[in-house]
Design a protein around this ligand. Sequence first.
Ligand SMILES: [Zn+2]
Length: 279
Amino acid sequence: MIIDCHSHVWDVRRHLSRGFIRDFTSVYGKGEDALKATPDKHFDSMDGVDKVVVVAFRSRVLRVNVPNEYVSEYASKHPEKVIPFCCVDPNDEDAPMELKRCVKAMGMKGLKLGPIYQHFDPTSERAGRVFEVAQDLEIPVLIHQGTTFVRDAPLEFANPILLDKVARDYPDLRMIVAHLGHPWEDETVALIRKQPNVFSDVSGLTYRPTRLYLKLLSCLEYGVMKKLVFGSDFPFGVPKLVIRDLRRVNRLAKSSGLPMIPEELIEDVIAKNAGQIFL
Ligand SMILES: [Zn+2]
């Protein structure tokens, strides 16, 4: 079963901020259209995927707000396929209450956090209040550790190493580090190797195929391939193309004599490993 563990829906003009759109277009050299992620477009792009995690997003500082209700409403139209994740901003006083409401009253299945976007330290007390509730509710947390194109996003909160303390404080909490924590993939490897309930998605990495190969080789040598799960980060990637590129990851190995990443382990990333998180 293919589960896309990381995707977005939004109305660009209504939910994103001018600054977010400006930073995206200036770093990637693409137009605003590349950000389009309406529910209809999202659903059409999920061809070939059995289930898909769709995340809400809220950052007070960046003035980005993809409401929990928006994601929940989309999920209610496709309950067999869409797994809705809510988002709360730990800087909000009522964040723990809002998380409880989203899960208990609205039936949302997980939580999305982005310390770099929401300007919070994952090891701080205010973040701990939210992690504790997530652990009690037994929901997984998809957490963006790693860098971003957004200018007003503090890199000091981005390193995946920060999650080691969170995993020690909340040992039953299932966490998925987004994007293998790029460009700190090796820190993510160290983290997911020692923390049994911490995983990582491989979304957002196929645009840099050489780096992807080298970092998967690192995952292979440290024995953590089974902790990796598939994600597209739609609209930044489309599942079909991400899967195609994951299957091409050994191209560099074939032409250089470097070791191959076993194909069955790549297939497990695409279609099996997420079963450990979404039972
Ligand atoms: Zn994302």
